[in-house]
Write a protein that binds this ligand. Structure first.
Ligand code: 2P0
Length: 336
């Protein structure tokens, strides 16, 4: 009763921010994302009568010092993971406790969706370890209960998560495979400290922003436009929509009560640099999630230039270049 899954993080081109049903994690709007091949979570789950409680171990691989750092899940995180394992135990009709070992190759809780890859990997590893064989759609729905954005890490490549009108209809599916378009997300890491306000708590106040309704009204049209940009591989149109949606989400966050400010001085410096590079003829656009780090979106042909430029900015800790990635999958390489 042991299984291991590998899941990519994903970057949202159209963001998820706000839930119309917090318990079922049903979003106010559909969102669109790309899986990231260099931001990966691997998780092994074993159910066994030998365990008297769920045991967790979280490791972060540090590429720079070539070692694995052990981090601790806090109590809230442990409860959230155990609750997810309970859902899977109920589905499989088993009572055994589990051991869970998980390894991220990127910093946890820094606005790089570790909950997305984390809950996607946990869902596939735990269901397989419990003897369940779920369809991609059912895995996506189940992952959503763990973390909304996790449902988008399940299918391949470029993905849409449908709002749906019930739990059964709110799932993610692949719009295009990873190989469809040679894009890059050049992730510029400027801060890897855990954030002060978890996204789940921040999202609860989304409706207090006067801009929230404006965004909800604009989204159906924006989603049609971005789908057209993907279909026609119109990079300029895609980039403009990605930036538009990012800025609109952050304006909403900043006008919530209490307001949320995820950017810092370095974030703003990189945003400005992206505008300047664009003025100089380089096709680059930024997007930012619930953290200070900046994702620079470009085409594969410009990757070297963009990573080179990003590394020259003062205060940048690391630059991780991501290609579009396949979704969550099983592997035989167990972590224990
Ligand atoms: C996104 N974010 O679409 C947006 C952009 C953050 C900003 O999805 O409470 O960690 O687990 O459902 O999935 C982060 O939200 O929230 C997120 P929960 P999650 O990628």
């Amino acid at each position: 009763m042991k299984a291991t899954a590998v899941a990519p993080a994903n970057i949202a081109f159209i963001k998820y921010w706000g839930r119309r049903d917090a318990k079922l994690r049903l979003p106010y709007n559909s969102s669109i994302s790309m899986n990231l091949n260099a931001c990966i979570t691997t998780t092994t789950v074993e159910f066994s009568p030998c365990y008297h409680a769920d045991e967790f171990m979280l490791l972060t691989q540090n590429k720079f010092i070539k070692s694995s750092l052990e981090l601790k899940f806090n109590e809230l995180e442990k409860e959230r993971i155990s609750a997810h394992l309970d859902r899977i135990r109920d589905l499989a009709n088993i009572k055994d406790m589990s051991k869970v070992v998980t390894i991220n190759n990127f910093p946890k809780s820094s606005g790089i969706a570790s909950s997305a890859s984390g809950f996607a990997a946990l869902t596939l590893a735990a269901t397989a370890a419990a003897g369940l064989d779920l369809s991609e759609k059912d895995l996506s729905i189940l992952a959503r209960f763990g973390s909304g954005s996790a449902c988008r890490s399940v299918p391949d490549g470029f993905v849409e998560w449908l709002t749906g009108d019930s739990s059964e209809t709110s799932f993610a599916y692949s719009l295009y495979r990873a190989s469809y378009w040679d894009l890059r997300d050049v992730l510029v890491i400027i801060g890897s400290e855990p954030k002060k306000i978890p996204t789940s708590a921040g999202m609860d106040n989304v409706t207090t922003s006067p801009l929230w309704r404006v965004r909800l009204r604009a989204l159906p049209q924006r989603i049609l436009r971005i789908k057209e940009a993907l279909k026609t591989k119109n990079f300029v149109l895609l980039g403009r929509i990605i930036e538009e949606d990012c800025l609109e989400m952050h304006r909403g966050m900043q006008t919530q009560d209490p307001p949320l400010f995820y950017w810092n001085d370095k974030t703003r410096k990189i945003m400005e640099a992206v505008y300047n590079w664009r003025k100089d003829g380089l096709a680059v656009y930024f997007t930012i999630d619930a953290g200070p780090n900046v994702h620079i979106i470009c085409e594969g042909k410009d990757e070297q230039r963009v990573t080179g430029l990003a590394k020259t900015i003062k205060g940048v800790e690391a630059v991780i270049s991501n290609k579009p990635a396949q979704g969550t999958r099983l592997t035989k390489e167990h972590l224990f």
